[in-house]
Structure formats: C-alpha cells, structure tokens
Design a protein around this ligand. Sequence first.
Ligand SMILES: Nc1nc2c(ncn2[C@@H]2O[C@H](COP(=O)(O)OP(=O)(O)OP(=O)(O)O)[C@@H](O)[C@H]2O)c(=O)[nH]1
Ligand SMILES: [Mg+2]
Length: 477
Amino acid sequence: MLKNILDDTIAAVSTPLGKGGIGIVRLSGKEALSIADKIFQARDGQKPSAFKTYTVHYGWIIRGLRSRVKRGRRPEAGDRGPGIVDEVLLTVMRAPGSYTREDIVEISCHSGIVVLREILDLVLSCGARPAEAGEFTKRAFLNGRIDLSKAEAVLDIINAKTNLGLASAVNQLRGGLFNEVRRAADNLLEVIALLEANIDFPEEDIGEADKKKINRAIALAAEEIGSLLDSSSHGKVLREGISAVILGRANVGKSSLLNALLKEERAIVTPIPGTTRDCIEEILDLKGIPLKIADTAGIIEPRDLIEEKALGRTQSYFEKADLVLLVFDGARALTHQDIQLMEKAKRKPVIVILNKSDLKVKIDETRIKKYFRDVVRISALHHQGLKELEEKIIQSAWQGKIEPSSEVMVTNSRHAQALRDASALLASARDSLNKNLSVEFISEDLKACLFCLRDITGETIRDDILDKIFNEFCIGK
Ligand SMILES: Nc1nc2c(ncn2[C@@H]2O[C@H](COP(=O)(O)OP(=O)(O)OP(=O)(O)O)[C@@H](O)[C@H]2O)c(=O)[nH]1
Ligand SMILES: [Mg+2]
C-alpha cells in the first residue's frame, strides 16, 4: 500500500498563499519532469526532462503549451499572449539528491493567489495529485533520507518561537537526538544478543562475568536515557514556552508592567482604578524562553455584571498560568484585597513585585514575607528593576536547573514519553537481573525498551501515529 502512495507525483503551493515577492509550486515524484515538460517553455527551448539536476531555468508557464508549440509560436519576454500564466524560474533536483529523494521540480513564480492557484491547477490537470499536509517531508522519511526525529525537527524549525528553540530544532535536524538514541539502542542490542545466547542454553545460568556485563550495559543505557529525559523539561519550555499572569489589585501598575516588559504601549494606563477590564495577552522572547504574559483586571470584589465577567477572565488566566507575577503598590499600605490575593496566589509559583519604587515606601514588607520569601522592587513607570525581574522569571522557568546550552534537548512530548517508557522497562530488566529471574524476562523488557527507542527514530512506528505526526505540518512542506 505504501508503494502506491509513493508512486504518485504530488504537488502543492509551498509558500504562503497570498501576495508576496515569490511563490513556489513544488512537485515531487516520477512524473515531475514530464509534467513540467507539458507546461513550461524555457527561453532556450530545452525541455525540463533534459535539464541537469540542481539547475535553474528561466521561462514561462503556459496553458495549452503543446498545441502552441505545434503551431510554431514560442513566447518571448514581455509576451502577454493568451495562454501565458506567468514568467517563472524552474528549478530541477533529480532523485536521489533531493529533499524527498524523488525528482523535484520547483516553479518560482510571482506570488499572488490567482497565479499560484492557476499554476497548481495546471500541474494537477497534467497528472499530479494534491500533496497532503507534510507529505514532502513524509516522503523524505519513507524514502529513508531522514529518520522520524529529523522529520519532526523540520516542524520544530518552522514553529520555533525563539532563537534558542530554533537552535535546538536545528541540532535535532542535524542528527543530535538520532545519534544519542541510536547509541543507546546499539548498546541494548548487544545485551539482548548476549541474553538470547543464554536462552538457547537454558540449562546453564548466566555466568557472573556476563551478569556484570549486562548490568553495566543496562546502567549505561539508563544513564543515557536519563540525561535525555532530564533535558525534556528544558525542551518543553523552549517548545511550548511558559505562561505568566500579572495579578494585583486596581491601580498598582499591572498594565504599566506589561508595557515595560514589552517595551511598547500595549495596554491602556490611566490613574483611574479599574482601567483594564479584559485580559491582554502577549508573547515575548526572554533569553530564548517564549513567555506568554497576560495583564488582567484588578477587580477583586465585583460590583456589577461587567466586573463579574472581568473577574472570571482573570480567574481563568490564573488557573492556566505556570507563574504568577503578583504586583503591589509599594507606595501604599497593604490592603485586605492584597492579602486576599496572596492567599489565592500562594498555591502557584509566584514572583512578588513591589512597584512604584520611585515613590516613598509605605508598604509593610514583613507581612508579605509571611507568604513569600523574595520580593523584587521595580518602577514600571521609569523602567527600573526590570532586568532583575526578568532574571527571576528566567530562573523560575528553568526551575532551578542550569540554563540549557545548545546540547541535544528533548523538546517533543512524544519523544519524552517514549524515553520514560524505555526508562521504566530498563528498571524492570535490572530488577529481574538482580533477583536472578529467568533470562527471558530480562530479554523481553530490553526488547520492549528497544522498541520504544526505535519509535523515536521511526523504525517501528505505527502508520496511524505517523499520519498524526505529519498532519501537523502545513501543505507543501
Ligand atoms: N510613580 C509611579 N507610578 C506608576 C508606576 N507604575 C504605574 N504607575 C501609575 O499608576 C497608575 C495605574 O497604572 P496602571 O498600569 O494602569 O495600573 P493597573 O494595575 O493596570 O490598573 P487597573 O487596570 O486599573 O487594574 C497610572 O497612573 C500609572 O502611571 C510606577 O512605577 N511609579
Ligand atoms: Mg490595567
């Protein structure tokens, strides 16, 4: 069945469908060049099927090309005659030296919805079929050019929210994760071979030397998998980011803080309490961490329906937040509303912020310190203390661990789950070995562990899971 899928020639618009400098229609498959022959007229008169690989050619996309050529009429530069769809550059990459390992033709045209659609329609009418989401990358995987972890890295590169996220995805595309997983899998394979030899001679116990060797190999694999798993909390932060909510009673400077962090006047700021009603959410890049930050209404005791709704919104942002930025007005005494907020926020990670530090301090810090150890003093108005606050947010995101470097990082939840399963199976194998249980038990656990690792690289992945992964891609990738 897989064969049939790969037999088709697929086509799609690979750039965003809209106005732009250049738009690309991409074809991949056995018929890519012969389809190009039917629609492309090169300036030098050559046919695409005669083009060398990695060459680019200037010419025109023409509707009804074959009948025109028969009549001896060749288009020229500036020709607006009937049938000419666009002036283009056509790139040829022949199998196997292409993204998909198949013949690829890329038609770079002027980017506009009509012209892109028209070229795609033409290509489809000549025998290509529309590509499914991620199908070019899926072919690269099915044709053995990249493993699944690298294919998923392509998606991560497209979706990267910060430079650090991008660097980690590029590392994965270059084989960082693949190599680590492969090394662990190869080690396991050796142990399994040793155990299987023992299964063939059941009357003999595993020798002490072999037992030591097996123990050592399991410990090594557990260590490798453990360190990959350790990186997954960093990876999750990079991939998904963290969400923070700014909480505080009215007029303490929540919106001023949002604006100061964003370095733009995003939210309305006035001296009137109750200025913000709706929550405002923005994303900023904090040293590689995508930080989703929401400014909320400072309403704590609603007086009407609008305030009730505003409070409801604040509550829902609070519930989903990973981190609370709890703001107080340092130039005023604590109120019972401030205390109410501390009571509410204490079940979440909190950074306490004393704002308006440019004014005379009136707030009683000792009462705050009964709830929270640390406070950060800032002036949102004068942009003071923001660096220290940003550092605190970053520390909180990495949860006390050191900041990630560009080493291999597990950013994908599917990979993390496979590694957790592999780790549990290794622990079970070790346990069986220590209890001198039958060799079969140990071997079965290790084989299951190997399957988990091979799921990451896609060697044993089920078709439905594969479809789910590639469905996340856009059409044309
Ligand atoms: N002196 C001083 N005033 C500030 C500071 N930060 C905010 N303000 C002022 O405090 C007032 C309220 O600021 P906002 O940012 O609107 O406060 P808020 O917490 O968003 O208020 P609500 O939306 O009503 O809940 C405005 O007049 C700000 O200019 C600060 O650091 N120092
Ligand atoms: Mg506000």
